[in-house]
Design a protein around this ligand. Structure first.
Ligand code: SF4
Length: 345
């Protein structure tokens, strides 16, 4: 079991619920735009939010996020330890920085001390392009073993200063490599793991790669917080993360949606209806299963596990509850009738 790390008001590791995170893509200097996007992500269900802090000017956006959000804020910093110190002073909840990249031992000591005093954990984020030359030479390239060795090296720099409030990520854009990295890391360390496939791609492939990689790891008990990385609006990362957790049974609150693939028996616009039902129930927090099935012959039977559902007929459909028919409704009224029944549950 991984150790527990506290990021603001969220705990990860040690069997705590897996937290979904995302990263802002608004310009980091534009505090107003960052706050606006962060609020949208928070509303969508994002639980930890990260902002890139490439220069001093951007630290003010960290402070603005802290003022306006109720979820924890993470500062993503490369190379400049002073930005870590300033972000911690601005109230950030976690810093992502690789201590091997910030210069002297003294710089590492300063960051470790400031983070410790403020109760701020540090995430070490290794990817295939960040592995140190010596480690690359030893392992013959950015192999999963090399990437894990790199993460352990960065962790050891913090441990030297008695700092162990650490989260680790070891990401590759290759799904199989990513899975291997995290499997090795989980054997070697009990620091909680931030799991994701990096640079996973545009929406479609990104979703597939992330589901395969993150899903596989989580199903094997590896991973404490996730980020689905997509070349798309970050709100889609948040929805994808939540849906991924639901799909593998790691999150049970909210609506579980079941729909059939349609076939030659389907006589209503089931694809359109299924999408409308899903949209209409997006914000519903009831812990229920809703089924949208194409036909009366097989629908209620196939979806008898569902709390409520629709089965299409010819220009009409039936509403069923736990497999029992409640009533018959014309096609154009099916959506409203279903929502009405969901409201009663
Ligand atoms: Fe076909 Fe009916 Fe099964 Fe849907 S529920 S796939 S329409 S048989």
């Amino acid at each position: 079991m991984s150790k527990v790390v506290k990021i603001g008001n969220i705990k990860i590791g040690g069997g705590n619920p897996i937290a979904v995170q995302s990263m802002l893509n608004t310009p980091s200097r534009d505090s107003a735009a960052c706050v606006k996007q962060a609020l949208e992500l928070q509303k969508a269900g994002c639980e930890i939010i990260r902002i890139a802090v490439p220069d001093k000017e951007c630290v003010k956006s960290v402070a603005a996020l802290k003022e306006n959000l109720s979820i924890p804020v993470v500062a993503d910093i490369h190379f400049d330890y002073r930005l870590a110190l300033e972000s911690i002073a601005a109230g950030v909840d976690k810093v992502r920085i690789n201590p091997g990249n910030i210069g002297s031992d003294e710089n590492v000591r300063l960051v470790a001390t400031a983070a410790k005093n403020a109760g701020v954990p540090i995430r070490i984020g290794v990817n295939s392009g960040s592995v140190e030359k010596e480690i690359l030479a030893k392992y013959g390239g950015p192999t999963p073993e090399a990437m894990v060795a790199s993460a352990m090296y960065h962790a050891s720099l913090l441990e030297k200063f008695d700092f162990d409030d650490i989260v680790i990520s070891i990401k590759s854009s290759d799904v199989a490599n990513t899975v291997k990295c995290y499997e090795l890391a989980a054997e070697k360390t009990d620091y909680p793991l931030h799991v994701g496939v990096t640079e996973a791609g545009t929406e479609r492939m990104g979703l597939i790669k992330s589901s395969a990689g993150i899903g596989s790891l989580l199903l094997h008990g590896i991973g404490d917080t996730i980020r689905v990385s997509l070349t798309a609006d970050p709100i889609k990362e948040v929805y994808a993360g939540i849906d991924l957790l639901k799909a593998i049974g790691k999150r049970t609150d909210g609506v579980k949606f079941v729909s059939c693939p349609t076939c030659g028996r389907t006589k209503i616009d089931l694809i359109g209806l299924a999408n409308k039902v899903q949209d209409a129930l997006k914000g519903c927090n009831k812990n229920i299963t809703v089924a949208v099935m194409g036909c009366i012959v097989n629908g209620p039977g196939e979806a008898h596990e569902a709390d409520i559902g629709i089965a299409g007929g010819d220009g009409c459909g039936i509403i069923f509850k736990h497999g029992e028919v409640l009533r018959k409704v014309p096609e154009e009224e099916l959506l409203d009738a279903l929502i009405e029944e969901v409201d009663k549950l």
